[in-house]
Design a protein around this ligand. Sequence first.
Ligand code: SF4
Length: 316
Amino acid sequence: MTNTDSKPVVGISSCVLGEKVRYDGGHKRSAFVTDKLSEFIRFAPACPEMGIGMPVPRPTIHIREIGQQQRLTDSRDAQVDHTDKMQAYFSARLPQLSQLDGYILAAKSPSCGMERIKVYTPEGELLHRKGQGIFVQMLKQQFPDLPMEEDGRLNDEGLRESFITRIFAYHDFRRQVLNTLSVRALVDFHSRNKMLVMAYSPQAYQALGRLVAGAKGHEETISKQYLTLMMRALSKPTNRRKHTNVLMHLQGYFKKQLDKADKQELCEQIDKYRLGYVPLMAPVTLLRHHLKKYPNDYLQQQRYLQPYPEALGLRA
Ligand code: SF4
């Protein structure tokens, strides 16, 4: 079904893996990351602050808005500015960063935090809490489509499922499409991911189809546009209604093969899922069971039926 034979490589703030690299000598170990994800994902840990030569423990740093720029400075002394070093560190790591399929970031850090980071005036007064860590700013600018998520947000089931789905889709896209940049590869990828995208955004599903149809002669540009659009679609929350639509669509492929009792059982499972009585895994398992009995090439390759390793248990 889904090709998960090689593990995605995901960058991660070292402290989230449990390394004692924080300013106070502590860590921010995430049990989900170390106990669950590590079996299916290869991590590329890095601590940007240690990467620019800061020790553990170290003086606290924060972001100051100076003129039009945001600078990473010592929290007690604006003259101690680490921004250029961080830029040089980021540039030196670009070859490794460009091989990643996602990034897990530590929340609240002026280097790694993805959102709601405090930003101060040049004098050290709090200006607002709408900043992004300096390292993350660089990461987002260079790799706008790369799936990124903060450690704390991975405790939310919906955000977690969307993030893991994006990591595996991005991984597949990099290997299957960006490596070859052929229309054939793009068409095949689109075919495998139709139901998955539909479960997040029927509009994006249509728009991606139009992109693929016009890819000949513009393979590189269209592939990049495709990735951007798909990643945007998969990062929006989905819901039971959209999943139910896809399940009913898949059910339609078995119209001729299933007898009355099997049809009724499948209908009931989909309806129970729609009403919130059973998890998504229930109707999906039944569909996969029928698929084994009545093979169908198109359905068997659908990433929707297994967007990531089942043992992660995200649909249960
Ligand atoms: S948040 Fe980032 S910079 Fe801070 S300790 Fe963790 S990895 Fe290092």
